[in-house]
Ligand binder design. Structure first.
Ligand SMILES: C[S@@+](CC[C@H](N)C(=O)[O-])C[C@H]1O[C@@H](n2cnc3c(N)ncnc32)[C@H](O)[C@@H]1O
Length: 370
């Protein structure tokens, strides 16, 4: 049986300001940000981080529910960024007075009232465009555009509260809020011309600054934001992912229930030999399965990173971007990362499993019966 250290001390955030997620991330004192010439920004340990220690608790800057049937789904999240708790179907869900879309619900009238200024930013856009986008482009594009709108809504709330936000003491090494979103990696050079052209059409049709979506940013900046979102968003699943060593028998992670962008968690690079799991408390705040690593947010949609083994000073701290049980050999892992995440994995496991020049030559030769 695997041994798990339970961390009972819950890092506390600051109180939210009028429904906007102003809570700062909680970051382990031995965790720093550094730069790798190939991978870019990365997390590194400056001192021993023991197995089971919590490395990071981060708040989503934008989170959306991802469900096929919002009216009948139990997986909707309270739309208030200060809450983001799951809202069961049997609860009297507070829906939008403007009836924008069924995916928008609140767990209480308090959350709905607190979230009013932020939701007003997205409400008309959702009402006008969600149907046409879903019909013409499908759920994936709708979800992506809605994440962008929620990023812009949080930015707008930040701008409105700028004087208050400036008063919040900041951990100076770490960028916060929109400043952190601006620093996310991702550029149009990584994507094919066809993909960039398709996103440009979406931006011009649905995301230009207008009275429906008054953000004041240029088309080029919104296009860049899509590239950043695509390189940095997290899919959230109800069961474990990112477990290493791989569980036997493998565990199905279940259906994705949300997508989110985390300003600080996005610094984590991928490794096929990860030393950090995305282990969270259950939504109710208590460990759901004490010996399982769970890749989902806890209350408030917070993402929690935990050391899955002792991490030594100087080591990079990496998570896994995908379910390692699904792609096992180096070729399939790299192919999956190249297709889905647009980079060639340079983790220590992939490098050590790279076929040598000699093997490539032998493999290229026709098979002989010996
Ligand atoms: C979510 S971001 C991680 C933080 C990023 N390094 C940065 O500078 O902001 C994902 C990007 O990091 C880089 N990356 C992450 N893991 C990598 C790996 N194992 N090998 C090579 N590049 C990696 C890729 O450019 C990828 O698109």
């Amino acid at each position: 049986m695997s041994q798990v250290v339970h961390i009972t001390l819950e890092p506390s955030g600051l109180d939210p300001v009028d429904g906007i997620p102003t809570q700062q991330p909680w970051i382990h004192p031995h965790l720093v940000q550094s730069n790798d010439p190939i991978k870019g920004r990365q997390f590194r340990a400056t001192g021993l981080i023991p197995k089971g220690a919590r490395l990071l608790v981060d708040h989503p800057y934008a989170i959306i529910p991802v469900v096929d049937d919002p009216v009948h789904s139990d997986h909707l999240l309270c739309s208030s960024p200060a809450c983001n708790c799951p809202v069961p179907r049997n609860l009297d869900r507070g829906s939008c007075p403007n009836a924008c879309i069924a995916d928008v619900v609140w767990c209480s009238s308090t959350c709905r009232d607190a979230d009013r200024p932020r939701h007003e930013f997205e409400c008309t856009w959702l009402k006008r465009f969600s149907g046409p986008i879903r019909a013409k482009r499908g759920e994936y594009d709708f979800g992506m555009l809605w994440v962008i709108v929620r990023l812009l809504a949080t930015r707008q709330s930040e701008l409105r509260h700028a004087p208050t936000i400036e008063k919040i003491p900041s951990a100076s090494r770490w960028k916060l809020g929109w400043d952190a979103i601006n620093s996310l990696c991702g550029s149009s050079d990584t994507w094919s011309h066809d993909q960039v052209r398709s996103w440009t059409v979406l931006v011009k049709k649905y995301l230009q600054s207008s009275p429906v979506l008054p953000h004041g940013l240029s088309t080029a900046r919104i296009l860049q934001l899509i590239c950043q979102e695509e390189a940095n968003s997290f899919g959230l699943y109800p069961r474990e992912t990112g477990i290493f060593p791989l569980p036997n028998p493998p565990i199905d992670r279940g259906e994705q229930f949300a997508a989110a962008v985390y300003p600080t968690a996005a610094i984590a690079n991928h490794s096929c030999l990860p030393n950090v799991s995305l282990r969270c408390l259950s939504f109710s705040g208590s460990p759901a399965h004490p010996n399982q690593m769970i890749h989902k947010p806890n209350d408030g949609g917070r993402m929690v990173f935990t050391a899955s083994r002792h991490i030594l000073p100087g080591e990079e701290c990496c998570i896994s971007y995908f379910d390692l049980t699904r792609f096992v050999d180096v070729a399939s892992r790299r192919e999956h990362l190249r297709k889905s995440f647009r980079f060639v994995c340079q983790c220590e496991r992939c490098i050590s499993e790279e076929p040598s020049e000699e093997n490539i030559e032998w493999n290229a030769m026709p098979l002989m019966d010996l």
